[in-house]
Design a protein around this ligand. Structure first.
Ligand SMILES: [Fe+2]
Length: 337
């Protein structure tokens, strides 16, 4: 055992590097990584809120829940700098890219099956248990923080990301080092929310670095004029051709359009309001990735849990991207359940 390793009551160990307590936002005061970039303060910029919690099963008061929900549903990022994901001594060997099969971007757990990984059956079973434990803890955390969400919470894919966040040779559309909101071309969601829980488990002290952009409505006002209207037969045709798994709504069309418009615009990437946020190892953070403009600049070794929530689960549905886009366009963009 290294001197500063932190032993958790349930037998897991947060390594010395992971156990670093503290949080730094150098760019909040010093600006983004590119020094020639002039950043304009944005009144709608996503707020970063720090939660001083160190357990995956926290007890929170109604007032705290209301405060956290307002921040999260307004497009904020909730940061828990003292909440790390503990690994066993045996599991720490998985902090190595050699466990990736080299084809998929991430190692992921969808249901009971682990994908994108390689190793012996025994190793893969242990890796599956590790990723599944993160899924349980992350989902439990969300249910504890937001009791209203609990009955609606749909746990989707869990990913373990051993590869560096940037540097892969991908097209501009798939380049997540560019500011974007999450939108999926083949999986229309009709306004259902995409909540994500992340945890940096880097064993070498390396931060996960994001750029967080302007607020959703400001972004939409700026970029929506560039997004073409959906054609009348488009949704039916895409579904019939199996491009989409279900019929794409106009909401999905606009979200994809905003995703692409932001990523395709080099000047938006450099000149729009943004701030750099550094998530140190041992930090967990939560955000609605369909609402927060985000870009993964650097970092390696991270866990991520995706959770889907229907609009009716929200504390303040009128803050959702669907409600914002319907307000801005003056049209109904998705059928309600
Ligand atoms: Fe993303």
């Amino acid at each position: 055992m290294r001197a500063r390793d932190r032993h958790l009551p349930d037998g897991y160990v947060v390594t010395a590097a992971l156990a670093r307590v503290g949080y730094d936002f150098p760019a909040l005061t010093s600006g983004p990584p590119c020094s020639r970039r002039k950043i304009v303060p944005d009144p709608f910029s996503a707020p970063i809120a720090i939660l001083d919690l160190d357990t995956w099963q926290p007890t929170v008061s109604k007032d705290e829940t209301a405060r956290y929900a307002r921040n999260l549903e307004s497009g904020g990022v909730l940061v828990l700098p003292r909440l790390g994901f503990g690994l066993t001594d045996d599991e720490r060997r998985f902090l190595d890219v050699r466990w990736s099969d080299g084809k998929a971007k991430n190692i992921s757990l969808d249901g009971d099956a682990i994908k994108g990984a390689q190793g012996s059956a025994g190793d893969l079973a242990k890796m599956t248990a590790m990723v599944a434990r993160f899924a349980t803890q992350a989902s439990g955390l969300v249910a504890q923080l937001f009791p209203r969400y609990a009955p609606y919470l749909k746990r989707a894919r869990t990913s373990y990301r051993p590869h560096p966040a940037s540097g892969r040779n991908v097209s501009w559309r798939k380049d997540d080092a560019r500011l974007h909101v999450d939108a999926f071309p083949s999986r229309p969601n009709h306004g259902e929310r995409i909540l994500r829980v992340f945890c940096n488990v880097n064993p070498n002290g390396e931060a996960r670095v994001w750029r967080v952009g302007e607020g959703f409505e400001a972004m939409a006002q700026r970029l929506l004029p560039r997004v073409r209207r959906m054609l009348p037969a488009e949704a039916g045709m895409l579904h019939a051709l199996h491009v989409t798994k279900s019929r794409r709504s106009e909401y999905d069309h606009l979200m994809l359009g905003l995703h692409d418009a932001a990523k395709a615009d080099a000047s938006y990437q450099t000149d729009s309001p943004q701030q750099e946020v550094r998530f140190l190892p041992g930090t967990t953070w939560i955000c609605y990735s369909d609402q927060v403009m985000h870009a993964a600049s650097s970092g390696q070794y991270m866990f991520e849990q995706t959770i889907h929530l229907p609009i009716e689960a929200l504390y303040e549905p009128e803050r959702s991207p669907l409600a914002v886009l319907e307000r801005v366009t003056g049209r109904v963009l998705a059928l309600r359940a």
